[in-house]
Design a protein around this ligand. Structure first.
Ligand SMILES: [Mg+2]
Length: 197
């Protein structure tokens, strides 16, 4: 089965590292519970340009390399790779392609990884394709995601979504979306979907 898997906060525990970076950089004191929206401009009270500037600084800094994987993510993805066609699909822009590849290499070693950058998150304007459009085009029937908006877009296109529960996605609800607490809950669901294919 073809499966798309999001990177930030599905495979890599990105937000946990972004928060201390942002706090230090701007002398703020934001906490995890403040991040109730995926759009950080609302939490940081800044423009998209400023938010992306801070994000890019983060991505090019040592903090980025120090991002840890989400619990059980690496063994789960490796196990899914054995029987499925896995595409890691990130909304990041290609500006941080090297940093992204280096991080993946650290945890997946020599495994060949199919990686798609949609650019939805990383650009102010420019050409962007939604995850829903790409999944449709590549005939990917399942995506594992934590962004509520992308999840709804996919669900509305008939793509099944396993949504990693987070404060910022609580309003996303659809019959094609199954909310899970993490990989431990996701894996049996994916295995069941494979059986029904
Ligand atoms: Mg994500």
């Amino acid at each position: 089965m073809k499966i798309a898997i999001d990177l930030d906060d599905v495979i890599s525990s990105t937000l946990a590292r972004v928060i201390p970076f942002y706090n230090e950089r701007t002398n703020s004191n934001t906490k995890r519970e403040d991040y109730t929206d995926y759009d950080w401009t609302k939490i940081w009270g800044c423009s998209k340009e400023e938010m992306l500037k801070i994000w890019n600084e983060f991505a090019k800094s040592k903090n980025y390399e120090e991002i840890l994987p989400i619990k059980d993510a690496i063994p789960s993805v490796l196990s899914l790779m054995e029987k499925n066609e896995i595409t890691i699909m990130t909304a990041r822009s290609r500006d941080i392609k090297n940093e992204t590849l280096n991080w993946l290499k650290k945890y997946f070693q020599e495994k060949e990884i199919d990686l798609i950058f949609t650019g939805e998150f990383g650009k102010v304007d420019g050409i962007k394709k939604s995850k829903a459009e790409i999944c449709n085009k590549l005939r990917i029937p399942l995506i594992i995601e934590d962004n509520g908006e992308y999840s709804l877009q996919c669900a509305e296109e008939g793509i099944k979504v396993i949504l990693f529960d987070a404060l910022h996605n609580r309003s996303a609800s659809h019959e094609n979306i199954t909310r899970v607490s993490g990989w431990e809950e996701a894996m049996p669901l994916i295995n069941k979907m494979q059986e029904n294919q």
